[in-house]
Write a protein that binds this ligand. Sequence first.
Ligand code: COA
Length: 154
Amino acid sequence: MNVRITRADESRLRACHEVFLDSPLYDHYFTQEGRLDSLLADGIARRELWVALTAQDEVAGCMWMEPDGFFGAFPYLALLGVKKSFRGMGIGHTLVETFIGVSRSLGYRKCSLLVSHFNPRTKNLYQSLGFKKVGYVPDCILPGIHENIMVKDL
Ligand SMILES: CC(C)(COP(=O)(O)OP(=O)(O)OC[C@H]1O[C@@H](n2cnc3c(N)ncnc32)[C@H](O)[C@@H]1OP(=O)(O)O)[C@@H](O)C(=O)NCCC(=O)NCCS
């Protein structure tokens, strides 16, 4: 499905929140009141949150690209989501490909992301786009949730 990727502003916050509903990611990380919104607001304030818009200007997906988020060394994809009604249509691919393209155009040799142990299909998606697992951090961001560190050579 064709989408237009553009920087998010405050007016998109609610729609970005909705992108993450109905997902294991939401259930594991964002049931605490205000947690997701404060993260999204932070991403918007830093001008690092991007949305995938349909032809009708609906937010179908969103991502947070931190240009030097991997220990200051290279870009890190801090958040990625596609709204439930748009999943499985290629929008996730498009967003990750955009992240890869932006990382490359900024002159970096690598880009990175984390994917949780409960998200094997998403790990497959990243592997199909050239990301390789370089590490595993038990109890990484929250206790009981383990993260795979994935890096792609550009
Ligand atoms: C993971 C996610 C961003 C993928 O976006 P998408 O637009 O559905 O993905 P695409 O259509 O481009 O590609 C589909 C591939 O994504 C993966 N995938 C993971 N979860 C999926 C889901 N719930 N529905 C469809 N595909 C999913 C599969 O590997 C699938 O490949 P397959 O068709 O061979 O099984 C989306 O499913 C989502 O928002 N999930 C909830 C939030 C999340 O887990 N984010 C990632 C955090 S690391």
